[in-house]
Design a binder for this molecule. Sequence first.
Ligand SMILES: Cc1cc2nc3c(=O)[nH]c(=O)nc-3n(C[C@H](O)[C@H](O)[C@H](O)COP(=O)(O)OP(=O)(O)OC[C@H]3O[C@@H](n4cnc5c(N)ncnc54)[C@H](O)[C@@H]3O)c2cc1C
Length: 394
Amino acid sequence: MTTARRLVLLGGGHAHLAVLADMARSPWTGWDITLVSPLPHLMYSGMVPGLIAGHYRPEDCRIALAPLARAAGVRWRQARCTGIDAGRREVRLVDTPDTPDSAGATAQDVLGYELLSIDTGGVMDADLLEARMPGASRHALAVRPIEGLVDGWARAVQRLQQHHPHGASVAVIGSGAAGIELVFAARQGLAQAGLAGVRLSLLTGGGPVAAGYPAGVRRRLQRQLRQQRITVLPVPCTGVDDGAVHMGTAGSLVCQLALLATGSGAPAWLQGSGLALGPQGHVATNRFLQSTSHPDVLAAGDVADRADHRYPRSGVHAVRAGPPLAMNLRRAATGQALQAYWPPQVTLNLLSCGTGHAVASWGPLSAAGAWVWRWKDRIDRAFVARHHRPQQPS
Ligand SMILES: Cc1cc2nc3c(=O)[nH]c(=O)nc-3n(C[C@H](O)[C@H](O)[C@H](O)COP(=O)(O)OP(=O)(O)OC[C@H]3O[C@@H](n4cnc5c(N)ncnc54)[C@H](O)[C@@H]3O)c2cc1C
């Protein structure tokens, strides 16, 4: 009697969507495959600023994972990974209820594998945040986990409506792509919620807004920030408490809501996994998207770190890595040589400045306007629609 070999797909992230689609097109035989993810859906981050702005509903931005798994012949397990033992080829799981955090986790388990693929995204580690900005993990609303942002935003808006209907002060900490899109989205979402005279501030950490972008993009964004009366504070946040954001020697800013968009890092559970890790604790991978220490482990998206090739972590890169990841998993499973993947040097970046205006960039080139926003809206909606499968009839 032969027993099926086991593949675990850890995380229902952007790259694993392509893996599931590939398996649906051409099902694997002789493998028992499990997709592990703590929530029944992937929240498509590209549309989350539009959700905050009041343009999309939560269901417009969600990609249901169970129907995709079913179409691919893959078992879906609603659980969170809490550790990997790469030497023993095991992942530790905690079953999760249908909530953004694992506070109500129910059962612990160990899942063995012959092949493992990791696409669990980045995290904002509460301990690290506290060390850098005391109070931030308790008093600010973090962008990750992204489902927590969506739920927390709805609660925060209600709180402002009840207690600060006029002239609330809102601060966004972090002026990378997510922070910029969020501050514009907040301007619009709060106005739609009937909140009058909201003062919005964007804390850059010290450098310019959108530091990683070309000068043309920065100029376009600064114009929008001025037009939408968003105050840019080129200072670091050194702490947050109930009612204020602290900015070191620059003093404190009274604020009723602080949003934290300071970038994400690697999950702490990778420490002690035995996997080779990059300088910031991500899974170190080679040109085959394969762990540099364990050939039976592949990884893509924000959780991975290419040892041989630097590129920014983004949803665009996670999506692009999906097809080569699918191909190399299949090749690894069938004993074929893996194929190298080179991420594109230049990608299209689209930043929305609230509904109706967006800035596009492609290398040094940039453009802006209502048409860019409509273009982004079409691309984003099409991405979610492409992954929509009907739920199983009950
Ligand atoms: C507000 C905001 C807007 C953004 N907009 C854009 C944009 O317009 N364009 C762009 O390119 N990038 C954007 N990004 C960045 C983008 O979200 C990430 O780069 C992208 O999500 C990375 O994809 P991923 O597949 O690595 O991980 P994710 O998309 O984060 O997916 C990870 C998956 O793994 C699951 N998971 C998490 N932890 C565990 C665990 N312990 N065990 C099992 N499963 C787990 C999650 O539930 C999720 O299903 C934005 C980010 C934010 C916060």
